[in-house]
Every structure is written in structure tokens, then in C-alpha cells.
Design a protein around this ligand. Sequence first.
Ligand code: SF4
Ligand code: SF4
Length: 175
Amino acid sequence: MPNYGLLIDYEYCSGCHSCEVACKEEHGFPVGKHGIRVFNDGPWPIDNRKMNWNKIPIPTDLCDLCADRVAKGKVPTCVHHCLCQAMKFGTIDELCEDLKRKHKQVLWVPREGEPLNWQEEIDTTSVVEKLKHVKHDITYSVADDSALKGGEANTSFKLALQREEQKLDERQKVE
Ligand code: SF4
Ligand code: SF4
């Protein structure tokens, strides 16, 4: 189990994406690859005067907790560039203590072992084949699930499936 992590206070996150940009710059990630993403929860109306809209930054499996910077005694670059001071780097024990003191925070711990190797050559043909199997399995399970048959969930699922099929077709055309 890793000893270090990030504590992210999403109540004070402004959604500026500086952490995303700083992380990409630091690691040289190409288009489409990120060490951290800022996700949206909302917006949706709570009542006539208020909206719910949370910005929630979540590191990815490419995050190495800025090992090179940390080895030189610096904090991770996302923490350094967060103008809202909404991110904190530390030991899991320290961060758990901080977590107890405040609501609307997420504690993130990296994956076990090395981060994923984003420079690895990917055989896109096998990815498309895998997607086909996923599509088949999903179609089979929906057809088999009487609880979903004819229901609203089934309709929205079919729409989602159609979108996935379109994306798959477009990918196959490109290849
Ligand atoms: S840099 Fe800080 S305020 Fe900006 S999106 Fe990231 S966590 Fe939120
Ligand atoms: S700790 Fe470093 S690698 Fe991880 S999200 Fe922050 S900037 Fe990216």
C-alpha cells in the first residue's frame, strides 16, 4: 500500500484546471493523456435560487505523485500550481487526520507499484476487438435482464449503446 497521497478539497476547488495543465507540462503527457482530471458534478438546480455544481479533481493511473519533484524536496506540481490551495500532498496518516476535520474532501492514493507506462505502443486493433466483445456482452446482459425490458433504463441504455456503436464504427473507419 503506498504511503503518500493527495487530499483534495473540492469545496474550494474553482475548476481552473491549473492542476491538469501543470501536470501535463511536468510529465510531457500527449493529447488525451492526463495525470489528473477535473470532473463536473452538475450543474443542476437545487431550488429556484441555488445550483449544485462541484468541480472534483481526480488523479489518474498515470499519476506518480511527481516522484522526481518530491525526491528533490518539492511538492507535486499540481499542489504547487493550485491557486486555491485546494490540494495537499502528504502521508496517508497526515491526510486522514486532515480529512477528519473538514467535509467535501477526497483522499486519493495512487495505484500499487509503478504508474502506467503511457509511452507504450498500443495495438489499436486489439482494443477495437475488445470493445466489440464488451458491446456483445452488454447487449446480451440487457436482453437477458427482464427487470430492464421495456423500461426507461432500457431505453436510455439502448441510446448509450447506439452512441458507443457509432463511436466504434467511426474508429474502424479511421483505421
Ligand atoms: S488547480 Fe486547484 S482550484 Fe484549480 S482545478 Fe485544480 S484543484 Fe481546483
Ligand atoms: S501529483 Fe504530479 S503526477 Fe500526480 S496529478 Fe499531481 S502533478 Fe500529476
